[in-house]
Ligand binder design. Structure first.
Ligand SMILES: *Cc1c(COP(=O)(O)O)cnc(C)c1O
Length: 436
């Protein structure tokens, strides 16, 4: 598995040009590779499990556009659906049949969702779900957990994992204290902290929003019984439970974490996979709650491009394929992800490098720490310098990992056993070079 002599001449030119017009040369901060060093390649195309940069270098993709590309890039049915739909116009700003088609697929997969509304990003989905939860309960406080990321709306940026963890930013500048104060941020996987918050703020907490398997501090699954306790406490206290399944929906299982755990939230937010790589989000839940939305109810929420026909078409093509091949695809994803996660972990052990591997289905993180990672505090023990060196070494060998210790890796249905072997061989070399 030799180091590939990559030239990044084109990429570097494109980056310098982008930096003239875009802050940091990017439209989303983690893309700038600041946490891992080195120059981010500019991508020009992708197919199946492989990415190609502007200089023609090939990479095996372990981030899948941060989750959506579960069927691989340029999956022919998705490409066809987008092309055929575009020929009939890319936007109307009026209703089309496709919205109910995708909604029906989603509700069939996620039975706790009786009704839903489409938006254009995960951020919009969580932001709107919170507004709805506050209106439904008549309460103002929300509970979120350290290291969980729910998009970048003002009230959700406290200790929000993902890019903020990557850059060591506790919250964001520009969020008024008055707004931040309404967000109670508690440690993940700690039920006593939740009890205490509800005791202190009796009848004031509108909802708990949680990544039911966390992915934005790296992959951190819930402890046994944790989600059930969140369900019990919110039911008892008259608060809503919101599962943010933007990442986990159709990823850890077709029906998301709620299928795996059997725990039903009041509201669910979705995104990523349901748009098949186009910009989509959705929030949904019990009809009684969803019917508070305008035009039926008093909660305003709208979007010029919401339910966009191209996005609906890509989503329908993706979910129909997943639904029809559900058993085989998720079994294969689990098998491939287990093989690569454990294979790389074994290579680290051989090299004497302490590594903790967390995985849930085709979503996993190699934490450079010997200790179990069960919340943000334990995730932060990870050696981010060592992760950065690992990331660079893997990239030099044509393996593209997410560019931060605090982002989950993904693989998709296009990943094969050969790809897994290639990855493990590359990791073995990188670990040998990293040896203390
Ligand atoms: C990606 C993500 C979001 C935000 O979605 P965007 O489409 O990037 O706005 C929200 N919640 C979770 C759990 C996510 O992984």
């Amino acid at each position: 598995m030799p180091i590939i002599a990559r030239t990044l001449t084109q990429s570097n030119q494109l980056r310098r040009r982008a930096e003239r017009f875009l802050p940091g040369g990017v439209d989303s901060p983690v893309r700038a590779f600041r946490a891992v060093g080195g120059e981010p390649p500019f991508l020009s195309r992708a197919e199946g499990a492989h990415l190609y940069d502007a200089d023609g270098n090939q990479y095996l993709d372990y981030f899948g556009s941060w989750g959506p590309m579960i069927l691989g890039h340029a999956f022919p049915p998705v490409v066809r659906a987008i092309q055929q739909t575009a020929a009939d116009s890319s936007s109307f700003g009026a209703s089309t049949a496709a919205e109910a088609d995708l909604a029906e697929l989603v509700t069939r997969a996620v039975p706790s969702i009786e009704k839903l509304r489409f938006v254009s990003s995960g951020t919009e989905a969580t932001m709107s779900a919170l507004r709805l939860a506050r209106a439904f309960t008549g309460r103002n406080y929300i509970v979120k957990f350290e290291g969980c990321y729910h998009g970048h709306s003002d009230g959700l940026l406290a200790k929000a994992g993902s890019g903020l963890a990557t850059f060591g930013i506790p919250g964001s500048a520009g969020v008024p204290d008055q707004i931040a104060q309404l967000t109670l941020t508690l440690p993940y996987n700690d039920t006593a902290a939740v009890e205490a918050a509800f005791a202190t703020h009796k009848n004031e907490i509108a909802c708990i929003i949680v990544e039911p398997v966390a992915g934005n501090m790296g992959c951190v699954p819930p402890q046994p019984g944790y989600l059930k306790t969140l369900r019990d406490i919110t039911s008892r206290e008259g608060a809503l439970l919101i599962f943010d399944e933007v990442m986990t929906g159709f990823r850890v299982a077709y029906g998301g974490v709620q299928e795996l755990s059997g725990i039903q939230p009041d509201l669910t937010t979705l995104g990523k996979i349901i748009g098949g790589g186009l910009p989509v989000g959705a929030f949904g839940g019990r009809a009684e709650i969803m019917d508070k939305l305008a035009p039926l109810g008093p909660v305003y929420q709208a979007g010029t491009l919401s339910g966009n026909p191209l996005a609906m078409a890509a989503g329908i093509a993706t979910l129909s394929h997943l639904e029809q091949n559900r058993a085989s695809i998720y079994a294969q994803l689990d098998q491939t992800a287990t093989a690569v996660a454990n294979g790389v972990a074994a290579a680290a052990t051989e090299a004497g490098i302490p590594l903790t591997t967390n995985r849930q289905g085709a979503m996993f993180t190699w934490f450079f720490t010997p200790n179990p990672v069960r919340d943000f505090a334990t995730a932060e023990f990870a050696d981010t310098n060592r992760f950065a060196a690992f990331h660079r070494g893997m990239l030099d060998r044509g393996i593209w990992l997410p560019p931060s210790q605090f982002e989950a890796a993904f693989l998709g249905a296009a990943h094969t056993t050969d790809h897994v072997h290639q990855t493990i061989a590359a990791a073995r070399e990188v670990f040998a070079a990293l040896k203390p």
